[in-house]
Design a binder for this molecule. Structure first.
Ligand SMILES: Nc1nc2c(ncn2[C@@H]2O[C@H](COP(=O)(O)OP(=O)(O)O)[C@@H](O)[C@H]2O)c(=O)[nH]1
Ligand SMILES: [Mg+2]
Length: 173
């Protein structure tokens, strides 16, 4: 199981998503600090909302296998700059929550996530659990474990650790 780090604005639905992933009933809990359990790391929205604290998010990401930008489908504005993935040494995915909202604008939020550099985008409704199974399926696939030699080779080829070796290099994962 990949360990998932969640970052996003307050009220985006991060904590609810951790509950939906565990199959729990949604119950509101104000996230006062970054908390880590076996499968997820949940962070307070205030980290993403403050220029000073947002640097800390990069540090928490090192504890995770995959980093998710969580944005609600009815998000009023975008906190995440284009090419954000360049300082995160993990696969970056986008999760759009509240797809049931009457004010949802999924194409706009999807574009923000593409601009940030998300390699996959998941659409979920934490209340009805729509889309949660697809996300769980992705998380269940473990990332390949690399030897130091393989990691160095990938780095020398300009690849991220999780990128497959291109055909013709004579090596495979
Ligand atoms: N309609 C709807 N409400 C949601 C969804 N996800 C979260 N919420 C509600 O949005 C509010 C904020 O959610 P929360 O998980 O605390 O956001 P966080 O600040 O990002 O952790 C709560 O009242 C949730 O019940 C969703 O997918 N659909
Ligand atoms: Mg929270």
């Amino acid at each position: 199981m990949k360990k998932l780090f969640l970052m996003g604005r307050s009220e985006a639905g991060k904590t609810s998503l951790t509950q939906a992933l565990k199959g729990e009933e949604l119950h509101y809990v104000k996230t006062q600090y970054t908390s880590s359990d076996d499968d997820t790391i949940d962070s307070p929205g205030e980290y993403a909302e403050s220029k000073r604290f947002s640097v800390g998010l990069a540090c928490f990401s090192f504890e995770a296998d995959v980093v998710a930008v969580v944005q609600a489908a009815d998000e009023p504005y975008n906190l995440f700059s284009p090419s954000l993935r360049s300082f995160i040494l993990r696969p970056l995915v986008g999760i759009i929550t509240k797809i049931d909202s009457p004010n949802a604008n999924i194409p706009m939020v999807r574009q923000w996530l593409i601009n940030a550099g998300c390699e996959r985008i998941f659409l979920v409704n934490n209340v009805t659990r729509e889309g949660i199974d697809e996300l769980v399926e992705y998380l269940e696939e473990d990332l390949p474990r690399l030897s130091m030699a393989q990691a160095k080779l990938k780095q020398s080829l300009g690849l991220s650790e999780w990128d497959p070796f291109p055909e013709g290099t004579g090596v495979s994962d």
